[in-house]
Design a protein around this ligand. Structure first.
Ligand SMILES: Cc1cc2nc3c(=O)[nH]c(=O)nc-3n(C[C@H](O)[C@H](O)[C@H](O)COP(=O)(O)OP(=O)(O)OC[C@H]3O[C@@H](n4cnc5c(N)ncnc54)[C@H](O)[C@@H]3O)c2cc1C
Length: 298
């Protein structure tokens, strides 16, 4: 197996990982290895065609793609060695990591490691929802990637479960593309998300929100035909026909590669978590700001 040596190993090249490279370089490190499992750096930013990124850091209203491009240009000028299409499988206590890339497995020996692996979405399987599991059900993030990166159709006559920022932004994207968003289902008595998204998505696009409701069942074989919606005030249930169900029901920090390192009461003094794999940030500026703080602790 090939072995690489580096001062700093950074895992994940989203907003957090890219800013972490710049922070480490500013601190004086020159041997920095950035491993990213996808083809190119950018992370979730690359599927965000909407504006609302960088108001803090760049003082401009950029799309996610534009925000990623600015950091990618800075990354290109940095001293970091970037390994795309490379997944970090496991980190070990002896400051080594096992990586899987296009040339097979590689062992990396490092002094410090920054984990910037982002988060993944909870799926419908994590909720007590009965009924069948036909096609036409996916998370909002997956729908956004399929539409904006892969240019694929995800379906029409859509119900969205959850009214957080991601759900609202995807609902707006869909309406702009001519799709029907029949309802957003929200168990609380107010919609979730940032005030600005409520204004720019729910209000501006008159997206129907069913408050104090939950989905208790899914109907259909082959393709989804509808969902059972329970009204929490009255306990009454209704059948809401739809052909697509998207979920926006929260994110889970992605830290599996850290394995046993996370079992102790505190993290090893050579290991750092940053960005959405530390905690889920509402806006990218906050991810970038956190990653830049690494300069003072590395
Ligand atoms: C739909 C949506 C809309 C948003 N809208 C806005 C907005 O309008 N304004 C705003 O400011 N913010 C917005 N955000 C939030 C912001 O985009 C994110 O908080 C930020 O980009 C997250 O950056 P990150 O680096 O922590 O995670 P990510 O971007 O998820 O990056 C993590 C990277 O790590 C890689 N990775 C994971 N595991 C491994 C591994 N084991 N080995 C190698 N690589 C790995 C992944 O492939 C990924 O590239 C939005 C987010 C979403 C999902």
């Amino acid at each position: 197996m090939n072995t690489l040596y580096t001062d700093i190993l950074i895992i994940g090249a989203g907003a957090a990982g890219m800013a972490a490279v710049l922070a480490a370089e500013k601190k004086g490190y020159q041997k920095i290895l950035l491993a990213e499992r996808k083809e190119t750096p950018g992370g979730v930013l690359l599927q965000c065609t909407h504006r609302g990124f960088g108001l803090g850091y760049f003082r401009e209203d950029l799309t996610g793609i534009e925000y990623a491009d600015r950091f990618r240009r800075m990354l290109e000028k940095s001293c970091a060695k970037i390994l795309n299409r490379t997944m970090v499988l496991q980190l070990y206590q002896d400051r080594t990591a096992l990586l899987a890339g296009k040339d097979g497995l590689t062992r990396v020996c490092f002094e410090k490691c920054i984990m910037a692996t982002g988060c993944r979405e909870r799926t419908i399987q994590s909720l007590p929802v009965g009924g069948t599991r036909p096609s036409g059900i996916m998370t909002c993030g997956t729908a956004q990637k399929l539409m904006n990166i892969d240019k694929l159709e995800i379906g029409d006559e859509i119900v969205i479960l959850g009214t957080g920022d991601v759900g609202q932004i995807v609902a707006r994207d869909l309406i702009k593309k001519g799709r029907k968003v029949l309802a957003m289902i929200e168990q609380n008595d107010v919609p979730g998300g940032l005030k600005r998204n409520q204004e720019q998505c729910l209000k501006a696009f008159s997206i129907p929100v069913m408050l104090k409701t939950q989905i208790t069942g899914i109907c259909g074989s082959g393709r989804i035909e509808g969902v059972i919606v329970r009204h929490l005030d009255t306990e009454a249930e209704e059948f809401l026909p739809c052909r697509t169900l998207l979920t926006a029901i929260g994110m889970i920090p992605e830290r599996e590669a850290a394995g046993k390192l996370l079992e102790g009461a505190s993290l090893p003094d050579w290991f750092y978590l940053v960005g959405n794999c530390d905690y889920v940030h509402d806006i990218v500026d906050s991810v970038t700001a956190d990653a830049f703080k690494l300069e003072s602790v590395l």
